[in-house]
Design a protein around this ligand. Sequence first.
Ligand SMILES: [Zn+2]
Length: 354
Amino acid sequence: MSETLDLIKMTSDAASEFEIALGSVRANPTPDAVEALRLLFIGRKGKVTLLMEGLRHASKEQRPIAGKTINTLKQQIEEAMSSLKEASANWALDEKLKQTPLDISLPIDHMAPQGSLHPVSLMRRELLREFRRLGFSVFDGPEADFDFYNFSALNIPEYHPARDMQDTFYLREQPNLLLRTHTSNIQIHCMLNERPPLRIVAPGRVFRCDSDPTHTPMFHQIEAFVVDKNISFGHMKGVIDSFMKAIFGSSMKTRLRPSFFPFVEPGAEMDLQCVQCSGKGCRLCKNTGWLEVGGCGMIHPNVFESVDYDTDTWSGFAFGFGIDRMAMLKYKLTDLRPMFEGSYSYLGQFSRYT
Ligand SMILES: [Zn+2]
């Protein structure tokens, strides 16, 4: 009986002790202080744990009364500890924030420099936007391709002198495989996979063994082609002219000059009025007032035959030009090579166009 009374008295003492300790830990709930409080009362050797163990010595009749008192205290302590843990997590977060202060009054210059899109990406994005507006869909093709798609199917048979017009990188392992010299290989892939009518634009990287201020071994081309019934040279001229006006402004003039490309007949070179002197004549245009930007023409019947299109039903045109060259003209750049050297100061200039 007396042991039971002792237990109840000790439980009451432990409850008061816990109240006092809780008050001081609550004022400054560091994780260490919270853990120490827990160990002191409900840890393996804590005051309340020892009281529970003391129950063994209580008489059978009194054990339930003492047990209930101790258990009630244990539950109260557990509840208090759980809310204290939350307070402790908040305290830890506050401490962390105090260590790494954010100064929102700092000028914006102190922040990391902002990146910008590459001029080729900017130009490509703008070109595709205009092509989509004219109803063209984008089609992609492989950069390493078979001779058939890059040459033979485009009316450039083996030993044809036209192959010398483009210095080709062949892959050593597979002599039949090469890095495409133009995006026209996409024309063949597309025509073999889709049925006309087609209105396709195909942008991509192309490769030629060449390097000087206006040529790099890798560059970007974009090619557009249309296949439908009754397509004429006039349609092509109209599309090219309205396209260039959309990119360079409504006063831009274009012209076509007869030229030879094996995959078109008739073929032509596309010229833009000089972007620097507006046609008056300057060093950039070699005093002609015009800049050559690409090639175009009516798709050759032999090309249609290689993809099994009926030339009595279908006709079409294609035109292509360099995206990098277009970016040079649009952003008034004189040398093509720095575009691919990755210099931050050079590429950073284009952030205002992004
Ligand atoms: Zn000029």
